[in-house]
Design a protein around this ligand. Structure first.
Ligand code: DGJ
Length: 701
């Protein structure tokens, strides 16, 4: 039941180690009195002067959380507390704080959720109004955080195609720093909706206060970090207001996407463990279940394959011990066959010339080789050379009177249009109705939205970027509702769409088209601050041509798969790969569900070495991955200290995943050490040889 806040009685939302505290104060406004390490008591906190969700138009002079224009053109919102509810569950608690404008029938509800065990918070906002015409939402943050520290250190993650997730840390100075995306689809390709914010010192693995945040939204996002005149920091996180004045009709609730964040006073090792644990349980589809070892054909064949080539790959995949064969792009289109990126997108019928036996033959062949069968689709797009393009020109996002702006020879379909949503859902649905043997989809999206214009939305063009993403989620939700166990890979030219808004419908994502193992070490490092390994599809490919052992050891850090012509492997390489798949399957409970540690950063060593570890929750086992990439001449490496073991227990350290005919060169191989020794003294796990790697199993006796 809704309650009224009492003067001096804070609204407290706690997790196991952290707390977010609100208070109702002057002018009936809601203040954020505290966000940080959990306290014994909150009664000494005063309200403070930092509003929890600042509205524009009255007394605010910095970046607001919300800005609206009323139906009569008035641009002011003055939010006052009305009531709140606090539901406390076993692990999940939810605080809803209802505010209303003092003059206009507009209500804004802050919806804050806390996950106790995982130390994760979520913030969303619901807006509703009863004006006599649409209310314009000019800017709506999903959350605002108010912080007070001597210095603020922002790490954001950015990149481009094949160079995603580059970490960059900068100290925030007075004024406003924006991290945003305006590309509509593929919205995370240049800037990802992820950040780390360290207080008082740069982000460190095992010390210091740090907040890790991410917006669950696949479209344009914006993070605004503003150091104000009093040196306090306000952080706004939400949909990008750019070109997005949203016209909200009366009595239709608007819910802003969730901002997911965690607080740690023990550095980023804890913040990422929090988010990874949360994601497995709440953020990713079937996040606690096991994953298939996928054999993909994309890098081997690109657009050029025959039925015979695919079936021979399947036979090899079966021998390898893979679980699923994934047929990538180019299986469709007849009038406009998909033989390259120029034609066929939109025409989701099997290409009869290429695949005369149809998908049924491929499903049956997979089965014969003890593999499941998966299929690539790109439901949001159309090539001008397609039947769909001529049949439904009105479904395409394109500016009237201007030439089409092609990227990768394709255009974006208008997912704000319910007919297009039905079409996109129908692609998967009809494939599954016809071929119930399809057990997996890879959903790709290979361009951004430029020249945005929806023929469906008419005068409401500024609703497009939001309505597109809502349409997209509607389709994904329908798929999940009808096929709740269907695993799917999220892909957008690599890592262009990796947010938790979409990931609740997907079991994994494709982090990058760049599968060079050296690059993958950096990619894995960046993603690991926000995502658990079982979501990061990591395939052994030929990119980079490094030794197969090195490529495999890198892929085993994430969700192992293959995208290589297995038929071309030498007999020892094939035998090694077969054994690696077996080893991976045995280790995967710890890799997928263990606590991940970034023992040595590739950034800190300037690319000479890196090391990662997974520790089982009961401390019975750890898996350590050591990589030497490009060391200096005879570079001396220090010991690497392990984490997450029981200090008073003995562990045997064994190098595993050795190449056939080789033996471990590490003197400690097969010996027992105490957890204390492994964590305090550490082990010399790095070789001096370029492009080499080692995996160690550390097992409690
Ligand atoms: C981009 C993806 O990232 C690749 O893995 C592959 O699926 C191609 N699209 C296919 O066109």
């Amino acid at each position: 039941m809704a309650a009224l806040a009492q003067p001096g009685k804070p609204l407290v939302l706690e997790t196991r180690n952290a707390a977010l505290v609100l208070n109702v104060g002057a002018r009936g406004r809601v203040y954020q009195s505290y966000f940080g390490e959990k306290l014994v008591s909150y009664s000494e906190l005063d309200t403070g002067t930092k509003e929890a969700y600042v509205a524009a138009g009255t007394d605010n002079v910095f970046e607001p959380a919300i800005r609206v224009v009323h139906a009569d053109g008035n641009p002011a919102l003055d939010l006052q507390y009305v009531s709140h509810t606090l539901q406390t569950g076993k692990n999940v608690s939810m605080l809803r704080v209802v505010c209303r404008d003092s003059l206009y029938p507009v209500s804004v509800t802050m919806v804050l959720t806390a996950y106790a065990k995982e130390n994760v918070f979520k913030s969303a906002v619901e807006i509703q109004h009863a004006e006599n015409a649409p209310l314009v939402l000019a800017s709506v943050a999903s959350a605002m955080l108010r912080l007070n520290a001597d210095s603020y250190w922002l790490t954001h993650l950015h990149g481009d195609w094949a160079e995603e997730m580059r970490l960059e840390e900068t100290q925030l100075t007075s004024g406003l720093k924006l991290v945003d995306s305006k590309s509509g689809t593929r919205a995370a390709m240049f800037q990802a909706p992820l950040f780390l914010l360290a207080l008082n010192q740069p982000a460190a693995e095992y010390s210091g206060e740090v907040i890790a945040g991410t917006l669950a939204w696949s479209g344009n996002f914006r993070f605004a970090f503003e150091v104000e005149n009093d040196h306090c920091l306000r952080v706004g996180a939400g949909i990008n207001p750019y070109a997005s004045d949203y016209r909200l009709p009366p009595n239709q609730p608007f819910t802003a996407p969730e901002f997911i964040f965690t607080y740690s006073h023990e550095g980023t090792a804890v913040s990422s463990a929090n988010l990874q644990q949360w994601a497995r349980k709440y953020g990713i589809h079937r996040g606690e279940e096991s994953r298939a070892v996928v054999l993909n054909n994309w890098e081997t064949t690109k657009f050029n394959f025959t039925e015979a080539k695919l079936t021979s790959l399947m036979a090899q995949g079966g021998r390898l011990g893979a679980d699923l064969f994934l047929l990538d792009d180019a299986w469709f289109g007849n009038k406009f066959p998909r033989n390259n990126a120029k034609a066929g997108l939109g025409d989701w019928q099997v290409n009869k010339a290429k695949l005369p036996g149809g998908l049924q033959l491929l499903v049956a062949e997979s089965k014969k080789n003890k593999l499941q069968f998966g299929l690539w689709i790109e439901p949001e797009m159309v090539n001008p050379q397609s039947e769909l393009y001529t049949r439904h020109p009105e479904w395409i996002l394109r500016l009237p009177g201007r030439p089409d702006e092609l990227r990768r020879n394709q255009l974006v379909l208008d997912l704000a249009n319910p007919q297009v949503q039905d079409f996109a859902f129908g692609i998967i649905d009809s494939l599954l109705i016809k071929h119930p043997g399809i057990a997996y989809f890879k959903w790709d999206s290979n361009r951004e939205i430029t020249s945005p214009y929806s023929q469906y939305l008419g005068p409401n063009q500024s609703n497009l970027s939001i309505d597109y993403v809502r349409g997209l989620y509607g389709v994904m939700a329908r798929v999940q509702q009808k096929y709740p166990r269907l695993p799917m890979m999220l892909c957008s030219s690599g890592g262009g769409r990796i947010d938790y808004g979409a990931l609740k419908y997907f079991t994994e994502f494709w982090p990058s088209d760049n599968t060079d193992p050296v690059e993958r070490i950096y990619l894995h490092y960046g993603y690991s601050f926000f995502y658990p390994s079982l979501a990061l599809s990591s395939h052994v490919t030929s990119w980079g041509k490094q030794p197969l052992k090195f490529r495999t050891d890198v892929a085993m850090l994430g969700k192992l798969g293959y995208d290589i012509d297995l038929g071309e492997l030498s007999a020892p390489d094939f035998a090694f790969s077969q054994a690696a798949v077996k080893t991976y399957k045995a280790l995967s409970p710890t890799i997928w569900r263990g606590t991940q540690y970034r023992l040595v950063s590739p950034y800190a060593t300037q690319g000479s070495r890196a090391a990662f570890q997974y520790a089982a929750a009961d401390k019975s086992e750890a898996i350590v991955f050591s990589y030497t990439m490009h060391p200096r001449f005879r570079e001396n490496f220090t010991n690497v200290k392990l984490q997450g073991l029981a200090a008073d227990k003995q562990y045997v350290v064994r190098e595993i995943n050795l190449y056939p005919g080789t033996q471990s060169k590490f003197k400690f191989h097969g010996k027992a050490y105490s957890g204390e020794y492994l964590m305090k003294v550490g082990m010399p796990i790095s070789s001096q040889e370029p492009l080499t790697s080692a995996i160690f199993q550390v097992k409690r006796q």
